[in-house]
Design a protein around this ligand. Structure first.
Ligand code: PMP
Length: 430
C-alpha cells in the first residue's frame, strides 16, 4: 500500500524533502504530518481537493472540520471579495461585529460574546475567565480531549501508553500541569473523585461535549447531567469547548442536549474557513473581561474578513436546511459502513453525530480514550492509506472523524462507500 502511495505522490515527496530543511517535520502544524511524508495540497473546490501531483481527492477532512461550507464556496468568495476592498484589518472595532455577536447570542442562547482568531486562544482565555470568576485555579479535563496548543490543557491528549498523567508536549513546567487534573470520559465517578478530593480548588470542568479528538464519542445518558449537578454542588464552572461541535448541529451541542454551560467556545466551521473563534457565556461571567480585570486582546480579533465570512456562513450557508442535507449524507455514509461490516463480516463499528462520524476496527464501540486505544489501529492505517490511494481523504487520523459539507454530493458519498468497501476488505485481509 505504501509503495502505491509513494508512486502516486512523487512531487509531494520532493516538496517534503525541501520542506524539512526549513519547516520542522516539513509542515506548519504537527497534525498535518503522517508517515512516510504527507501530501501537499494546491487547491480545493466544493467537496474536493487536489495535491501537487494532480491527484484529486474527495475531501472529508475539510480542514480538520473547519469547512462545512465546502471549499471555495461561491457565497463566501463573493462576500469576502467585496469586504476585502474595504481593508482586512481596521484596528478599531469593525461596525458589523455586533451583528455577528447578536446572531450568535440568539442561535446559541448565550448572553455575551468575545471574538478571537483560533480555538487555542478561546480555550486559553476561557480558563483565565473561569479562574478569575471562581478565584480558584484547578482545571478538570478529560483524557483524549483536545483544546488547542497552549500549555495548560496539553496533557493526556493522545498518549499511546496507558498512564494516568502524560504531558502531551515537552517544555511544559510541571507547576503548570499540576493545576490540570485528568478525568475519564463517560466515567462520572472519575470526575466526582477529583472534585471531592479538591473541592475548594476546582474552577472548572472543560470538555468537548461530543468528544471529537478521540474518534467521535458522544456523552452517555446522564453523564452531562451528572457534571452539571456536581458543578452546582461544588460551585465550579462548566465549559463546553464547542470548537468542533458548535458547527455540527444548528445550535451546537448545548442546543442539542438542551443544557446551559457557563462558558462556550467555538471556532472552525462557524466562520466558513476563516480564522475566528468565539468565547461566549453568561453575562455576569463575561462582564469580568476588561481593563484591570480579565485580559483579552488580539490584533486580528474580529477582523472584517473573518466577521463577514462568519456572518455569511451562519445566515446564508449553515441554515437548518443545510444541516438537514448534511445529516442525510452523513447518515448514508454511516449506513454504508454498517453494510460493509455486515457484507465482509468484519469487526467494524461506527459512531456518528450530525455531519460527522467515525469507524473503529473493533468488536465494541469505544466509550473513552483508553478503549479507543484498544481498537485495531494498525488496521485503521491500512484502511487509511488504501482510501488515500483511491482518491478519498476519509478523516485525518484514527482519533479524528469524517465531516460532510453542504457542497458534497450524493455521488461523492456513493464513491466514498465504494472505495471504503475495498479499503476495509484490504484491512481485514492484513
Ligand atoms: N478545541 C477543539 C475541540 C479542537 O478540535 C481544536 C482543533 N482541532 C482546538 C480546540 C484548537 O483550535 P485551533 O486549532 O483553531 O487553535
Amino acid at each position: 500500500i505504501l509503495s502505491e502511495y509513494v508512486s502516486k505522490t512523487q512531487k509531494s515527496k520532493i516538496i517534503f524533502e525541501e520542506a524539512i530543511k526549513y519547516l520542522p517535520l516539513g509542515v506548519s502544524s504537527n497534525y498535518r504530518f503522517f508517515d512516510p511524508y504527507p501530501i501537499y495540497l494546491v487547491k480545493g473546490n466544493g467537496g474536493r481537493v487536489w495535491d501537487v501531483d494532480g491527484n484529486e481527492y474527495i475531501d472529508f477532512i475539510l480542514g480538520f472540520g473547519a469547512l462545512e461550507v465546502g471549499h471555495a464556496n461561491p457565497k463566501i468568495i463573493n462576500e469576502v471579495t467585496k469586504a476585502l476592498q474595504d481593508s482586512s484589518i481596521l484596528g478599531f472595532e469593525y461596525y458589523k461585529t455586533v451583528e455577528l455577536a447578536k446572531i450568535i447570542s440568539k442561535r446559541y442562547n448565550v448572553d455575551m460574546v468575545r471574538f478571537s482568531s483560533t480555538g487555542t486562544e478561546a480555550t486559553m482565555h476561557a480558563i483565565r475567565i473561569a479562574r478569575a470568576y471562581t478565584k480558584r485555579k484547578k482545571i478538570i479535563k478529560f483524557e483524549g480531549h483536545y483544546h488547542g496548543s497552549h500549555d495548560q490543557l496539553l496533557i493526556n491528549i493522545n498518549p499511546m501508553v496507558q498512564k494516568d498523567r502524560v504531558p502531551s508536549s515537552l517544555g511544559i513546567p510541571e507547576e503548570t500541569l499540576s493545576n490540570t487534573l485528568v478525568a475519564e470520559w463517560n466515567n462520572l465517578e472519575s470526575v466526582e473523585k477529583l472534585v471531592k478530593s479538591q473541592s475548594n480548588d476546582i474552577c472548572c470542568v472543560i470538555m468537548e461535549p461530543v468528544a471529537m479528538n478521540m474518534g467521535l464519542i458522544p456523552p452517555e445518558k446522564d453523564f452531562l447531567k451528572g457534571i452539571f449537578d456536581l458543578s452546582k454542588e461544588y460551585n465550579f464552572l462548566v465549559i463546553f469547548d464547542e470548537v468542533k461541535t458548535g458547527g455540527k448541529m444548528y445550535s451546537g451541542a448545548l442546543g442539542y442536549y438542551n443544557v446551559k454551560p457557563d462558558i462556550i467556545l467555538m471556532a472552525k466551521s462557524i466562520a466558513g474557513g476563516f480564522p475566528l473563534s468565539v468565547i461566549a457565556g453568561k453575562r455576569e461571567i463575561m462582564e469580568l473581561i476588561g481593563p484591570n480585570k480579565v485580559a483579552h486582546g488580539g490584533t486580528f480579533n474580529a477582523n472584517p474578513i473573518s466577521v463577514i465570512a462568519s456572518y455569511v456562513t451562519l445566515t446564508q450557508i449553515l441554515t437548518e436546511n443545510a444541516f438537514y442535507y448534511m445529516e442525510t449524507l452523513s447518515d448514508r455514509l454511516e449506513r454504508g459502513y454498517r453494510d460493509i461490516a455486515d457484507d465482509l463480516d468484519v469487526d467494524l463499528k461506527v459512531t456518528r453525530w450530525g455531519p460527522s462520524g467515525m469507524i473503529y476496527f473493533s468488536k465494541e464501540v469505544p466509550r473513552n480514550y483508553k478503549e479507543l486505544l484498544k481498537t485495531d489501529i494498525p488496521r485503521w492505517f491500512t484502511y487509511f492509506y488504501s482510501m488515500l490511494n483511491s482518491g478519498i481523504l476519509p478523516m485525518a487520523g484514527f482519533n479524528e472523524q469524517w465531516t460532510v459539507s453542504v457542497m458534497h454530493t450524493k455521488e461523492e458519498i456513493q464513491k466514498h462507500i465504494e472505495k471504503a468497501y475495498d479499503a476495509v476488505k484490504k484491512a481485514k485481509e492484513e
